[in-house]
Design a protein around this ligand. Structure first.
Ligand SMILES: [Zn+2]
Ligand SMILES: [Zn+2]
Length: 199
């Protein structure tokens, strides 16, 4: 799908570098600027250069009007924000800053409220997540041709029969699959319980 970015005030994303540190990146097309908000405030210049380059490439290939965007020189800069005081909470800061940016408030998170904010974010993600009840808990996909579903007696998890190692012994048993005894890997503590590989 092509996106006309001139219709948007901002494009927001989290960017991870050195496989461990998250920063918030906000492209403001109308201002021709790319904001980076690094909770630890130590993004190397080469990472900022890479972000600018990747934005240019992305805009050329993916965005409607990409050639138009390419004409501009993009300023890569930051805006005032608070800083993390540990080595592990960059993700919480990035999410909170994204929310505050969208709300139009200042980017601020007190180090003492990081744990509460982490819980608040987790609750928000869970309450806005898709319904996964129609997906097999082993392979994460929906119904396939001729597949038989089996439900865990203990909770509401469902599986494709061939994604778990519960064998069905007869056609009669297959026809009455709902009443077959089955406890899924979700609730089974048996170490010998083998789940087939994902495919
Ligand atoms: Zn499955
Ligand atoms: Zn279960």
């Amino acid at each position: 799908m092509q996106v006309d970015v001139s219709q948007y005030n901002a494009l927001i994303g989290a960017y991870c570098f050195e496989k461990k540190h998250w920063i918030l990146v906000i492209v403001e097309p109308l201002q021709r600027r790319i904001l980076y908000i690094d909770p630890a405030m130590n993004t190397p210049q080469k990472v900022l250069d890479r972000i600018r380059k990747q934005w240019n490439q992305y805009s050329i290939h993916q965005l409607n009007g990409g050639y138009w965007l390419q004409k501009f020189t993009w300023e890569v800069t930051s805006i005032p924000h608070s800083f993390q005081e540990d080595n592990s909470s960059c993700g919480v800061y990035v999410m909170k800053f994204a929310q505050q940016y969208l709300d139009g408030s200042s980017l601020s998170l007190d180090a003492n409220s990081v744990s509460d904010t982490r819980i608040e974010m987790a609750k928000m993600i869970l309450s806005n997540s898709d319904d996964i009840s129609e997906y097999c808990r082993t392979c994460s996909s929906k119904a396939r041709k001729k597949c038989i579903w089996i439900g865990c007696d203990n909770c509401s998890s469902w599986y494709h029969l061939d994604c778990v190692n519960r064998k069905i012994k007869s056609k009669l048993e297959a026809a009455n699959i709902q009443s077959v005894d089955f406890v899924g890997p979700c609730c089974s503590k048996d170490s010998f319980y083998v789940v087939k590989e994902k495919y």
